[in-house]
Design a protein around this ligand. Structure first.
Ligand code: PGA
Length: 474
């Protein structure tokens, strides 16, 4: 890095052009020197090695074309990227976050990214993936390209002219530039607890291989009305605190458990059906109260609540309220022994009809909704005869029902149709992209869990009784 002077002399204008182009918009260019390179080139121009006007023209053009190329690339490969399975380095969520980031900060993000090593390369690509409006992108690309591609070489040129023997300090100046460019990122990490935690968790997870045991799946721990004391709840939460786990404690423990878990996500076992902040509703808990406590998921329509009189109409309102508040609903559906015709190893037509009817009623209020890119809806297939009995549904029957539920999604709500298997997420992002995941629940334990999770169509499981002894699962 400190041999930039001979490097620039060797590569000349063409080399500078190629490097700036590559680091602006090619995936592979993210490690190339940026700020330091163009600053030093400006300095060399002050010493007569390069012409400053040719130099800034060339850097500006390379920077703008590079970003444009990155944008076009992102727009083209976006759908393919979205089709990829999540992996250690790749998460669809990150792309969605990038899109949200752009929606929030717009062009400012493109300009700021110019000055941030690494981000500089990915920013235009993600703007393309997120389909940022091109005219908006182009104008900010040009402003950012000018500030960076003209500003920094001119600074080097100016300092080279006014400070005698600046070549003696060039290393320090370059270091200072690198420090200034990365400082916004460092500041973000220091200031933002969520970012700090994410970095820490990534490191911890990398050390703790078991943490990724349920990679790509969702395991929901429904504690029901357990345990008796906060102390035991904290102990259970600590043992459940792994990736891909949702812990749903009783309401009374939610706040404390939220402070304990760092990797797992927080779920609620129910919520009030009206979308209202506060009000005269004795004994109820609103969606916004849950959100304020860090709850991300809400179990809705559990058969134990239906048995206490909760109607499909109320459940439908709860689903809508959850979605409207940014909570991910986990809608429980499932037939009793009667509909299943006692044929536990063969899915009966009446079971399917029963589940279809429940889904139609429970999703009634959202059937014409459109959703933001962050919405997900989870359905848990929980045959009542399998809940809490130790008599789980056979994984093959669960699989068949789950495939059936997924096949219904289009007729239940068009927004869900967009999320059917095989439809690239990119096509649903920003339109009506509601992700549908379907889990199985009913006497799942640490021994039989993998029999369900081995099927790619089964997106996860909902565990009741067995979740009270979480250590068996890890
Ligand atoms: P179970 O409960 O695992 O104890 O059968 C599942 C559920 O109620 O969601």
């Amino acid at each position: 890095m400190f041999d930039l002077i001979p490097l620039i002399k060797a590569i000349g204008y063409l080399g500078i052009f190629i490097i700036v182009f590559a680091e602006s918009g090619l995936f592979i260019g993210f490690f190339l020197p940026g700020d330091s390179l163009i600053f030093t080139a400006g300095f060399l121009a002050s010493q007569g090695f390069l012409n400053i006007w040719d130099l800034i023209f060339l850097i500006f053009i390379a920077a703008v074309i590079g970003d444009n190329f990155g944008y076009a690339f992102g727009k083209k490969v976006g759908p393919m990227i979205f089709k990829r399975e999540d992996s250690f380095l790749f998460h669809k969520d990150n792309l969605n976050k990038a899109k949200m980031f752009y929606e929030k900060y717009g062009g400012k993000a493109i300009i700021l990214a110019r000055f941030m090593p690494g981000i500089r390369t990915f920013a235009p690509i993600l703007a393309g993936v997120g389909k940022m409006q091109y005219s908006k992108f182009l104008s900010f690309n040009i402003i950012g390209g000018a500030l960076w591609g003209i500003g920094l070489p001119l600074l080097g040129y100016y300092l080279g002219n006014v400070i005698p023997n600046i070549d003696r300090y060039i290393v320090f100046i370059v270091l200072l530039i690198i420090f200034i460019s990365v400082s916004p990122m460092i500041w973000h990490v220091v200031k933002d607890k969520a970012t700090r935690d994410r970095i820490l968790n990534t490191l911890l997870n990398a050390l703790h291989t078991k943490a990724t045991k349920y990679a790509g799946k969702l395991v929901v721990f429904n504690w029901k009305m357990n345990p008796e004391t906060l102390e035991s709840a904290i102990d259970m939460a600590r043992k459940s605190d792994h990736k891909n786990i949702v812990v749903a404690p009783p309401f009374v423990f939610i706040e404390e458990i939220g402070k304990i878990i760092k990797t797992a996500k927080l779920g609620a076992q129910d919520l009030f059906y009206k979308n209202t902040n506060g009000g005269s509703f004795t004994g109820e808990i609103s969606a916004s109260e849950l959100v304020n406590l860090g709850v991300k998921y809400a179990i809705i329509g559990h058969s134990e609540r239906r048995a206490m009189g909760e109607s499909d109409e109320i459940i439908s309102k709860k689903i809508k309220t959850a979605l409207d508040n940014g909570l991910i609903p986990i809608l429980c559906v499932g037939e009793s022994k009667k509909e299943s015709g006692s044929m536990n190893n063969e899915l009966s037509v009446s079971s399917k009809e029963f589940v279809r009817d429940q889904l139609e009623k429970d999703l009634f209020l959202i059937r014409n909704s459109s959703f933001s890119i962050h919405n997900s809806l989870i359905v848990a297939y929980e045959p009542i005869w399998a809940i809490g009995t130790g008599n789980n549904c056979s994984p093959e029957v669960a699989l068949e029902m789950i495939k059936f539920i997924k096949s219904l999604s289009g007729s239940l709500a068009p927004a869900l149709a967009k999320s059917e298997v095989g439809v690239p997420t990119a096509e649903r992002v920003g339109i009506v992209g509601c992700r549908l995941l379907v889990l199985y629940g009913g006497s799942v334990n640490s021994k039989n869990i993998s029999d369900f999770l081995k099927y790619k169509e089964i997106d996860g499981v909902l565990v009741g009784g067995a979740s009270l002894d979480p250590k068996l699962f890890f």
